[in-house]
Design a protein. Sequence first.
Length: 331
Amino acid sequence: MSKRLSLSIALAFLACDSTPQRSLNTPFQSQDASIDLSDASSMNSPDAGSSSDVGMAQTFPKQVSLSENERPAVMHIPDGYDGLDQLPLVIQLHGYSVDADIQESYFRLSSRVDDRRFFLIRPNGTVENSQEQNRFWNAIPNACCNFYGSRIDDVAYLNSLIAEAKANYPVDASRVYFIGHSNGGFMSYRMACENAAEITAIVSLAGSTFKNESDCKATEAVSVLQIHGDQDGTIPYNGRSMGAYGYPSAPIAVERWAERAGCDVTQTTEESAIDFDYNVSGDETRVIEYTYRCQADISSTLWHIQGGGHIPGLTAQFPDQVLDWMLKHKK
């Protein structure tokens, strides 16, 4: 299988002592993927409709900018969208040290906005107070990735993006999703814990959640898909624990959300393996799902990449694979 992305890997070393080191995501470059910003001139167009205009045809630009006064985020709108139907909302979160554009060159979800008919928001984390000036999300304390003690409230920021999108565009409030890689995966879990009533499902690639389950204050169940390689040397598949620092294993993270959904966690269903990572030959990814006695419309799923690392080689099917899983869920 030919590679669609050429990844430049520069993983920092995680020391095995009581002090967590900075190494949770790696810059990568794409040789054949790019971000189409050709419609940037139409951002904030006065023709953009509002949620109160559902039922009346509108003219929408393909891209708009949200949170102009704080931290601008790009929102993609399907080509030719007229506002007559409410659409799902997907928020894509980048990993530590990269940004929204680089993350998009890896995930490529914007390429599916037109065909799959959903809104996509691509925000940026803040720049840390370091010489490297890496971007990060203040996601899970004592885990990832606020290494310099920032007081930035990314939960409030991301909630404000959801509110702004709902106020100005016909968002289907029953279908709001987060997807993130590494630090973005941690942040997706944080959002599920902090705003479960509003979030339908999350997808975390190589991320994790609170070390202590009691720190997650979710008021209801959220569907969760954890995707993780068992050879991940940055965010280990089996979790990490060093004093107060740490996070659970990928299976435990999924099991916790299955318990919230009332599932019988002693039983799982394993579906046919899928080809998810082009760096590993064959159908390397096991699909394990909690299905017994679960709350209706809620699922907790683990895609276990056997032999996969922290930055899997995502196949051409990746955008549709994760969208198929996400978009089938509804509050």
